[in-house]
Structures are given as structure tokens and as C-alpha cells.
Design a binder for this molecule. Structure first.
Ligand SMILES: C[S@@+](CC[C@H](N)C(=O)[O-])C[C@H]1O[C@@H](n2cnc3c(N)ncnc32)[C@H](O)[C@@H]1O
Length: 257
């Protein structure tokens, strides 16, 4: 059994952008990501099942220290990571993987560069989520695929069930999950927004959803991890596969590249 992690959540009013907040704890993320059972035993294996059979040229948007880029590298003909944090981009490079620095809402690539874009546990961290979806659509080739994993909005709103926050599900707010695992601590800076905001952003960007998974943990994973009992009852993660439609290609051809 892997190390047990505990999480304490609070609403956040930090004036820094979530991108800057992630950058501030890049070193802590590198340490945390190494032995992350949620990733290796549960979230990534489920996510891998919604990926298309052929990834072709693939962009890993928000690649962190490169664990997702490395996993995609084994599946794609070509993969490149995109990461704003210098520290995290350097860690990805040290795995002998291609990486460029940049942000999702201003992708440093010409239009129609990729067959697949992956954003694993990134979109719910971004203030510019809708612009990022538009940028993803721009850099995808005709009928290209966008696969992403986020915290399920039911999970980011779970404090509402106990009236611990003075909010409604349809509001958008920043929150921080303070996590502890052994000697390691990590602050996950994220944004709750309703499910319909993600679908509206995809729709605006000319993409349609073709797969949706409200990730169910494998019962054997729950049995091996006593702290995982709750994730057997409510989904924590949501995995989506969307595809650029033909109509988007016509619309995008009138946009500057
Ligand atoms: C939860 S981590 C996920 C990293 C990686 N995908 C993984 O699962 O190991 C979120 C990542 O998004 C990056 N990020 C933050 N703001 C971003 C932005 N505006 N555009 C792209 N990535 C961003 C962070 O630096 C961080 O590496």
C-alpha cells in the first residue's frame, strides 16, 4: 500500500494567479508527484482508457515535472510538454523529453500543429479555462482530439453538502486543498466552476464531447487504501474526450493563425 495523504480544503482569496501559485511550489510538486498513488494506481490508468488509439503528434498541456509527458511518450509518435514554471519545465527536460515554456491561453504553436492535446489535471486550475479551450482547438488538426482530466465539480463543491461555504454550485470560486503525505506537504490551488462552464467552453471552441468518465475507482484500489473509501461513493475526477468538429474548422479558417 502506498503512502496515505490527507486533504484539508479552504476557500482562497490569494491575489496571485493560480499559475503563479503553482510556480511558487514547483519544488514541492516535484517531491509530491514521485510517489503519488492517486496518479499511478487510479487516476492515470483510468484516463489512459479514454485516449484515442492513435495519438499522433501530441501536446501535453501543463506537463508539470513530466510524468504525464513520459507516459504519453510511450504511446505517441511525438510528444511535447508545455509548462509555465521554469523549475517544472527543467524537470521535464531532465527526463529527456521535449518541453516548451508557455501558458494554455496563448499557446506558442502555429495552428493545426497537433493530432491530440492532453491536459491532465490542469483546466480546473486555470482562470483562463475558456480561452485555453479555444487555443487547444486552434492548434488541433481537423478532427483532432482533446483529452482532459479535472476535479469533478461535484467534488469541488462538496462543502456545499455540509453548508461549509456560503456559495451555490453555479458560482465560481478559488479554493486550496492543503495536502499532507508523510513528510511532504502540497497546496493544490484550484477553481470550482459548474460542469456546464466546461461544456460551454468546448462548444464555443467548436469541440464536441465523445467520451465522458466519472472515474470509478477499482474496488481493489479502495480495499488497499482505507482513506479511499469516500472516492468509492462520489467521483473525485472527471475525464473527457472531445473532438474538433468540421464546422469548427470552417469557423477557424476565418480566424487569424
Ligand atoms: C496538477 S499539475 C499537473 C501536472 C501534470 N499534468 C501531472 O499530472 O503530473 C498542474 C500543472 O498546470 C500548470 N499550469 C498552471 N497554470 C498554467 C497555465 N496557465 N497554462 C498551462 N499550464 C499551467 C502548473 O504549473 C502545473 O504544472
Amino acid at each position: 500500500m502506498t503512502n496515505r495523504a490527507t486533504f484539508a480544503r479552504s476557500e482562497s482569496n490569494d491575489p496571485h494567479s493560480t499559475t503563479e501559485l503553482w510556480n511558487q511550489q514547483a519544488e514541492r510538486w516535484i517531491a509530491w508527484a514521485k510517489d503519488d498513488s492517486y496518479f499511478y494506481e487510479y487516476n492515470w490508468p483510468s484516463f489512459a482508457r479514454i485516449l484515442p488509439d492513435e495519438l499522433g503528434a501530441c501536446l501535453d498541456l501543463g506537463c508539470g515535472e513530466g510524468r504525464t509527458t513520459e507516459a504519453l511518450d510511450a504511446l505517441a509518435s511525438q510528444v511535447i510538454g508545455l509548462e509555465p514554471s521554469m523549475t517544472l519545465a527543467t524537470a521535464t527536460k531532465h527526463r529527456s523529453l521535449s518541453v516548451v515554456r508557455g501558458v494554455g491561453d496563448a499557446l506558442p504553436f502555429v495552428s493545426q500543429s497537433f493530432d491530440t492535446v492532453v491536459a491532465f489535471m490542469v483546466l480546473h486550475d486555470l482562470e483562463q479555462m475558456a480561452t485555453t479551450c479555444a487555443e487547444v482547438s486552434r492548434v488541433l488538426r481537423p478532427y483532432g482530439v482533446f483529452c482532459f482530466a479535472i476535479i469533478h465539480p461535484l467534488s469541488s463543491a462538496r462543502e456545499l453538502f455540509e453548508s461549509l461555504v456560503d456559495r451555490s454550485y453555479w458560482d465560481t470560486w478559488h479554493y486550496t486543498d492543503h495536502a499532507v503525505r508523510g513528510d511532504l506537504t502540497m497546496d493544490f490551488h484550484s477553481i470550482h466552476r459548474p460542469l456546464e462552464d466546461y461544456f460551454a467552453a468546448l462548444n464555443e471552441a467548436g469541440m464536441i464531447v465523445e467520451r465522458l468518465s466519472e472515474v470509478r475507482p477499482d474496488p481493489s484500489y479502495v480495499a488497499r487504501n482505507p482513506d479511499a473509501r469516500d472516492i468509492g461513493r462520489l467521483p473525485i475526477y472527471m475525464h473527457v474526450r472531445a473532438r474538433v468538429t468540421g464546422s469548427q474548422r470552417e469557423a477557424s479558417s476565418t480566424r487569424p493563425s
